[in-house]
Design a binder for this molecule. Structure first.
Ligand code: ACO
Length: 337
């Protein structure tokens, strides 16, 4: 038994801010942002929430799979930007979709590795026979965690959601490879929900500053981590599954920075054409970036049954991981068709 993707969906807020808009907020410019990151614009929530985007992406994935919400047995949402602490975003998605038979929970905190870890979790349940169907979503309102006065970070992030419907199949399961290094966690932090009861524990001074309420990042440390660890984990996942680079049709990486994707391709000695990118349009949408890209490729008719893909995520924690996906989603359905 294995877990296979049978439908994809995404939701992108319509409001956009391009690099010139960002240059109106902080001391930066379009050329610097394009050259250093590849980002040209990002979509930002107005009326949407992390939960509403997740629900819409999930609804579109169900339509793409030709499945009813009542058939879902599991809903997982990967997010670091849920709009409330309780209830979890997955339960809000359940309510919105009417997925009354689903067990629902969030995978918080794994940030840009979140979708890969949620996918692995769903796969494990499906392979074990615990559930037969699952909806896996990455949804983020990173604009709410972004310090719009910090030019080192506010140029990078955007909002959106992507989703995949999975079901138990008869084929072979692929082994994932994942890692974490909590010792390097200070490279990427956001302490807005730092827990202190004010009675027996005190907030640390740095947790009371404005900056600590938003994403703080040692950009160069994260960059170096990504260009070293991502190629390594891709090699590991290929070896674990007795595959070679030539067996892989596309590498779908977390969309953090064009230079990171290019460096990973170079280290793997693979052509950059095997690394599709859409970060120019959306920026870094954390756990949503991989499923948004997957949905674009699926709806664009780029993926054919039997092709093997590698999904690879990396981010805060630090965490990173890769998984092989054998494409098995027969339905093509461009938006607006
Ligand atoms: N505009 C203009 N100048 C800038 C900007 C800006 N937006 N930001 C920084 N600079 C300046 C710096 O002050 C510095 O100036 P100095 O040399 O006078 O001191 C100079 O540009 C170079 O700064 P660096 O930080 O060295 O720039 P770098 O080339 O490393 O690019 C970046 C910064 C884009 C953040 C890069 O390090 C990066 O992409 N890192 C990875 C980030 C990432 O992927 N994070 C997400 C991880 S996923 C998750 O979990 C959220």
């Amino acid at each position: 038994m294995n877990g296979i993707i049978c439908g994809t969906g995404s939701y992108i807020p319509s409001y956009t801010m391009d690099n010139n808009d960002i240059a109106g907020l902080v001391d930066t410019n379009d050329m610097w942002i394009r050259e250093r990151t590849g980002v040209v614009k990002r979509h930002i929530i107005k009326d949407e929430t992390t939960a509403s985007m997740a629900a819409e992406a999930g609804k579109r994935a169900l339509e793409n799979a030709g499945m009813k919400a009542e058939e879902l047995e599991l809903i997982l949402v990967a997010t670091i930007s849920s709009n409330v602490i309780l209830p979890c975003t997955a339960c809000e998605v359940q309510k919105s979709l009417g997925a009354v038979h689903a067990t629902c929970f969030d995978l918080g905190g794994a940030a840009c590795t979140g979708f890969v870890l949620a996918y692995n979790t769903a796969s494990a349940y499906l392979e074990a026979g615990v559930y037969k169907t699952a909806l896996v979503i990455g949804s983020e309102s990173l604009s709410a965690l972004t310090n719009w006065k910090d030019r080192r970070t506010c140029i990078l992030f955007g909002d959106g959601a992507g989703a995949a419907v999975m079901k138990a199949g008869e084929g072979k399961g692929w082994l994932p490879v994942t890692h974490s290094d909590g010792g390097k966690g200070e490279a990427l932090t956001c302490r807005s929900r730092y827990c202190s009861n004010g009675l027996t524990s005190k907030l640390r001074p740095e947790d009371m500053t404005d900056e600590a309420n938003f994403i703080q990042m040692d950009g160069q440390a994260v960059f170096k981590f990504a260009v070293k660890r991502v190629p390594e984990v891709i090699q590991e996942v290929l070896e674990a599954n007795a595959l070679k680079g030539e067996d892989i049709f596309l590498y779908i990486l977390h969309q953090a920075n064009k230079r990171i994707v290019e460096a990973v391709a170079k280290r793997l000695s693979e052509p950059i054409e095997k690394f599709p990118m859409n970060l120019e349009e959306y920026g870094n949408t954390s756990s949503a970036s991989i499923p948004i890209l997957l949905d674009e490729l699926n709806r664009g008719g780029r993926l054919k049954t039997g092709q093997k893909l590698v999904l690879a995520g990396f981010g805060a924690g630090l965490t990173w991981g890769a998984v092989v996906v054998e494409w098995s989603c027969p339905v093509k359905q461009p938006y607006g068709s």
